[in-house]
Design a protein around this ligand. Sequence first.
Ligand SMILES: Nc1ncnc2c1ncn2[C@@H]1O[C@H](COP(=O)(O)OP(=O)(O)O)[C@@H](O)[C@H]1O
Ligand SMILES: Cc1cn([C@H]2C[C@H](O)[C@@H](COP(=O)(O)OP(=O)(O)O)O2)c(=O)[nH]c1=O
Length: 207
Amino acid sequence: MSKARFITLEGLDGAGKSTHLAFIRRYLEQAGIDTVFTREPGGTPLGEKLREILLDIDTEATLDTETLLMFASRQELVSSLIRPSLAAGRWVVSDRFTDATFAYQGGGRGVPAERIAILEQWVQQGLQPDLTILLDVPLEVSQARLSQSRLPDRFEREREDFHQRVRQMYLARAQANPGRFVVIDARGDIDAIQQQIAAALARLQEA
Ligand SMILES: Nc1ncnc2c1ncn2[C@@H]1O[C@H](COP(=O)(O)OP(=O)(O)O)[C@@H](O)[C@H]1O
Ligand SMILES: Cc1cn([C@H]2C[C@H](O)[C@@H](COP(=O)(O)OP(=O)(O)O)O2)c(=O)[nH]c1=O
């Protein structure tokens, strides 16, 4: 029995996270791995309330307040779900985690990375994902997908240059952390993308 693993899924809105999460769920289920699925912001009763506030287009918050609320949700998730699950031998898969704060609040909004890193240390105390799957698509692709699906939330309605900076920050973080990240070109054929995800999961099982 391999040790419990912590996996995060990242990417621009519309990159395909929900689509591929369903695949990850099936894969781990078939592999007989007991897994907890969660999301950020959210994943706990308090976190889901904070999510509502953070995604509400009528919310006005300064950059630091927005960042602190992301980490408040994360603190609750780490201490009440992620750590206990991993300690009990269950794998954890989170739809977004701290890389999203570096990308959206850091890259997108301009909060200095050093400030985010202080909160990361405060909340995570060294806890990091074992694997981060970054679904990378150019903005034209993510925007075209989103426009067909739903009403934009407070982040999705940001301007194009915001999302370009988010994407660049994700790619920069992947480059800086090659041992943890797998970057997947998420433009094309869904089966081909899922083969790459399956390969990353298989490597993690063997590690
Ligand atoms: N590789 C792909 N090719 C074509 N359409 C896709 C692909 N991946 C996702 N989609 C579609 O794009 C839309 C957004 O995908 P979704 O999984 O909801 O993205 P996210 O959760 O990252 O916002 C959905 O309608 C989905 O069916
Ligand atoms: C976790 C996290 C999310 N976000 C943003 C990115 C997304 O636009 C939004 C969460 O939405 P998302 O996870 O994409 O949910 P859905 O697929 O239902 O739209 O929150 C941040 O800005 N910072 C963070 O730290």
